[in-house]
Design a protein. Structure first.
Length: 199
């Protein structure tokens, strides 16, 4: 993967040494942007950013405030809070995707980013699978079997759905924790299971 193709990770921490350390490690695999304040983070984030590693406790605009602004602006990045603040019940209403308590190891950083990227890929693929499945169901409900059998467009639609199903299986298999695969199947009971064939 070339640097220009690498997912973009935004690291936000008001301690430059910490932010730079995270960025140096993650830079081996991803394109990294580094922000040393909440305001800098808002200026650096855009639709190209895939993952944000966000400190909670920062002077001025806190991580909580940055999180609220990002979600309010409709930016669809995956966000992990990376902070020394122990989680409390206030996190229940916070729209982040993961929560890491400092100190954070190199392994934790990479595992978290990879997991969030895989979640994003899964969600995109599932939305595509769902849309294709609905199109097939709509045509089956409104066209005769003869019409469907003689339609090259319908055949291509079914083939595309099968390819998407296989991509979903591959993505689910990327989760190194079986619990995550189970969780996704519970969230989307109509999603294919690994190894399932076309019905």
């Amino acid at each position: 993967m070339s640097p220009s193709d690498a997912p973009i990770v935004l690291v936000v921490d008001d301690e430059p040494d910490v932010a730079d350390a995270y960025a140096a490690q993650l830079g081996e695999r991803y394109t990294v942007r580094t922000a040393y304040s909440g305001q800098d983070a808002l200026e650096m984030i855009d639709g190209d950013v895939s993952v944000v590693l966000l400190d909670r406790r920062m002077p001025g605009l806190s991580g909580d405030g940055v999180l609220e602004r990002i979600r309010g602006d409709g930016i669809d990045a995956r966000i992990a809070m990376v902070t020394a603040v122990d989680p409390d019940f206030d996190i229940i209403e916070m729209p982040f995707d993961d929560y890491l308590t400092k100190p954070v190891s190199r392994e934790d950083l990479f595992t978290t980013v990879e997991r969030l990227l895989t979640c994003a890929k899964y969600e995109s693929q599932f939305q595509q699978f769902y849309a294709l499945t609905n199109k097939i169901a709509t045509l089956r409900a409104n066209k005769s079997e003869a019409d469907l059998e003689n339609s090259e467009e319908f055949e291509r639609l079914q083939q595309e759905r099968q390819r998407t199903r296989e991509q979903l299986d591959d993505t689910i298999a990327e989760f190194d924790d079986d619990d995550f695969a189970v969780m996704f199947r519970e969230m989307h009971p109509s999603a294919p299971s690994v190894g399932d064939g076309e019905e």
